[in-house]
Design a binder for this molecule. Structure first.
Ligand code: OAD
Length: 255
């Protein structure tokens, strides 16, 4: 493991353009549930008898907002009740040391921002839990925290429409601006791509890894389990995100 960490650290040390891709496994260390695997949110049916993929979908938010909000509120409370961990801090510090290091996250918890990752080098491809906005008139509204204190679903103070978070629900499109930014940066190329705590289930997560490898760059994965990309990366660091990231950062010079 130590040799493998040293190899990844060397690759990062020598690189300028670096992409860290994070998933639910990183925030699992803060106590948030993952989606797939042990303890994952998708391992069964909700207490309402429907799969979570159905209740957390765009169509259900429109047709049965109270049902969808019951589960959005659970996610929201979990995010508000937890803190970024040393893994998020290590990534933000890596971005400070490497001014061309970007983060592509699938997480909606806002922990990268809270840990100090700069907004201008952070792509939140699945959106975020805040700020809420009105589905009817688009007005931005009260904070998630305030909305969760009131009755669900929360309503717009201006027009009475249903509020929602700017998160990507099932059967919804990815945010255009985030996609544009991702493909614009991918076009410039990355020398190193580091996957952290993601099952890499989506093509736009696998693509940066495969493209970078094809172009002769270096790729690595931090995950205690095997993923769809485990056999496509140069180095697999089989461990918990927090431990490995802190260890990795200690091998990378601070100037
Ligand atoms: P997944 O739940 O699919 O995968 C989590 C990954 O984290 C798994 O590969 C675990 O092995 C790994 N893992 C668990 N604990 C870990 C730890 N302590 N350290 C490192 N890795 C750990 O989560 P994502 O890949 O993020 O989308 O899922 C992507 C998307 O699927 C989510 O953003 C969500 C869901 O549909 C939306 O909500 C739109």
């Amino acid at each position: 493991m130590d040799q493998a960490i040293a190899r990844v650290a060397r690759a990062i040390e020598c690189a300028e353009r670096i992409l860290v891709i994070s998933g639910a496994g990183l925030s699992a260390e803060s106590g948030l549930p993952t989606y797939r695997g042990i303890g994952g949110l998708y391992n069964g049916f909700t207490e309402d008898g429907l799969p979570i993929e159905q209740v957390l979908s765009g169509p259900v938010l429109r047709s049965q907002p109270a049902l969808c909000w019951k589960y959005l509120a659970e996610l929201g409370r979990a995010c508000l009740g937890a803190q970024p961990n040393a893994g998020h801090l290590a990534i933000a510090e890596l971005q400070r040391r490497k001014p061309q290091c970007w983060v592509l996250t699938q997480n909606i918890d806002g922990f990268h921002q809270r840990a100090g990752s700069p907004e201008e080098r952070l792509i939140c491809i699945h959106g975020a839990m805040q700020p809420l906005y009105c589905q009817s008139c688009a007005a931005e509204s009260e904070t998630l925290e305030a909305a969760l204190r009131g009755g669900l679903p929360p309503r717009c103070q201006a027009c009475g429409g249903i509020l929602r978070p700017p998160v990507v629900l099932f059967e919804e499109m990815l945010p255009e601006a985030a996609l544009e930014q991702l493909y614009s940066e991918l076009g410039k190329g990355f020398e190193v791509v580091l996957l952290v705590g993601t099952s890499a289930s989506f093509p736009y997560i696998a693509e940066p890894v495969l493209r970078t490898r094809q172009a002769g760059g270096f790729t690595a994965e931090i995950n205690p389990d095997l993923t769809l990309l485990s056999h496509s990366v140069d180095v697999r660091l089989a461990g918990r995100a927090l431990d490995v990231l802190v260890n990795l950062l200690s091998h990378i010079s601070s100037h």
